[in-house]
Design a protein around this ligand. Structure first.
Ligand code: ZN
Length: 218
């Protein structure tokens, strides 16, 4: 078995990226596979955390919002603290922690005074060593961050031990859902844990704490 996405998975994802409201039937007729195939492939990609949801894409410009790119710098040890200070602010739309102890945030807002207040609050954060900002003038391209190339595969952590798996590993189906384990030992222990939890809690899904899959390129 392979954890890699095949051509059918990629075709389904392309259709969904183009139109998140496309029905399984629409997708099935567009790419020439059966509706149950589309449905089970989508479910499997939801289960591993690759498909995180379906959202409505709004145009900040039509809403009349102003966008700003903000670059913050801190000591490497303080990055998490700075991220915690900013990430829940409504006007902060995206946060990227960069390799050189910098944090890039994209902000959108209506109200200049709200933005000024936010900047003033950041000025009070001792962990922020430097702050640069520029207003967004045009957005010639704005795509989802995951690039769906032909090489796109999956990086999934073993549901039992948490080790990163690439092409190796075991995919098992329990109660109609896929579960990913890195080796037969983890598989055995996971099955035991699953059965035990199921006995005490009734119907359960995959026992995985957080989203374990991200799209990546080889
Ligand atoms: Zn494992």
């Amino acid at each position: 078995m392979s954890l890699n996405l095949d051509e059918v998975d990629r075709k389904i994802l392309r259709e969904l990226q183009r139109d998140g409201r496309a029905s399984f039937r629409d997708i099935s007729s567009r790419i020439g596979v059966s509706t149950p195939t589309v449905s089970s492939r989508v479910q499997a990609m939801v289960d591993v955390g690759l498909i995180k949801g379906y959202s409505t894409v709004l145009d900040a410009g039509v809403l009349g919002q102003v966008s700003v790119a903000l670059l913050l710098e801190s000591k490497p040890a303080d990055l998490d603290k700075v991220v915690d200070k900013i990430k829940d602010e409504e006007l902060v739309r995206q946060v990227y922690v960069l390799s050189d102890s910098r944090i890039l945030c994209m902000l959108s807002f209506y109200n200049q005074s709200k933005y000024q207040k936010f900047l003033e609050s950041l000025a009070q954060v001792p962990e922020i060593l430097r702050m640069d900002n520029s207003m967004v003038m045009k957005v010639p391209k704005e795509s989802p961050r995951a690039a769906l190339t032909d090489e796109a595969g999956l990086m999934i952590r073993c549901y039992y031990c948490g080790h990163m798996m690439k092409d190796e590993g075991v995919k098992i189906k329990l109660d109609g859902k896929y579960h990913y384990l890195c080796c037969s030992v983890c598989e055995k222990l996971y099955r035991e844990k699953y059965e035990k939890l199921k006995k005490s809690a009734g119907n359960i899904g995959p026992i995985v704490q957080e989203s374990h899959a991200v799209a990546h390129s080889h």
